[in-house]
Ligand binder design. Structure first.
Ligand code: SF4
Length: 235
């Protein structure tokens, strides 16, 4: 037997142990965007680009009340819509996406959000990341959401060396059963926000330290590291 299969097996085993530890750490991990329908989650996810979930959650109650259906976005008055979403940033582009989204949903999908990746990615403002968020959280269809936290942690765990979201999605997806994909995404994002930050990860206070090949990338002193942990919530 060559070294490759056994090292792959070891990688899979360690990856799944990390996932189990994360499940114990974050039993309640979920998307931090507030929504009650697939359309609301799609809209909230589009708005979350370049801003925080918390900021999005501040504008969506007004937005969802004003535009309850795809047809309402399609017919939206641009100035009024932009005014509501201004605080999420990039509001011209986001308003374009939301109006275009409403039109595309009405023209091609009977006003409903389609539950398929290949349809979702044809919608304005919707890439694979957004599509997988909606599939996993609004439709219960497993999806890996590669955002900045997910990519960074996957590299730190040695699950991939890539910075390309599509490659990361494929390489990490191959390590886990499909049914684990959505919760794995939430857990990595939660750990990235709270402990394993881009700069100065809290290694000395990290419950995954003994499993993580990147232990030492941040301070290992428990007292210093504990101060770096952000407890959340982020919504
Ligand atoms: S040990 Fe450090 S690098 Fe590894 S997951 Fe924990 S905080 Fe991140």
């Amino acid at each position: 037997m060559t070294a490759e299969p056994s090292s792959h097996t070891a990688l899979v085993r360690r990856a799944r142990r990390i996932n189990r530890e994360l499940a114990l750490l974050y039993p309640d991990a979920h998307t931090e965007l507030n929504f009650s329908t697939p359309l609301e989650l799609l809209v909230a996810t589009i708005l979350s680009a370049q801003t925080t979930d918390k900021r999005v959650n501040l504008v969506t109650p007004t937005l969802f009340a004003r535009y309850p259906a795809a047809a309402d976005y399609a017919a939206a008055d641009r100035d009024e819509l932009e005014k509501i979403i201004t605080s999420t940033g990039f509001y011209h582009a986001k308003a374009n996406s939301l109006i275009g989204l409403g039109q595309a949903l009405c023209d091609r999908f009977g006003g409903e959000v389609p539950p398929r990746l290949r349809d979702l990615v044809t919608l304005p403002g919707v890439g694979r990341k957004t599509a997988n968020v909606v599939l996993g959280n609004a439709f219960g269809i497993p999806g890996i959401t590669v955002d900045t936290h997910f990519g960074r942690l996957a590299r730190r765990f040695g699950w991939t060396t890539s910075t390309d979201p599509v490659k990361i999605e494929a390489e990490v997806g191959a390590l886990f059963p499909r049914r684990d994909w959505t919760m794995l995404s939430h857990r990595l994002i939660w750990h990235g926000r709270r402990v394993c930050h881009a700069r100065r990860p809290a290694c000395g206070a990290c419950p995954l330290a003994r499993l993580c090949p990147s232990f030492g990338e941040g301070p290992t002193d428990p007292v210093i590291a504990a101060k770096l942990v952000k407890p959340g919530p982020f919504s």
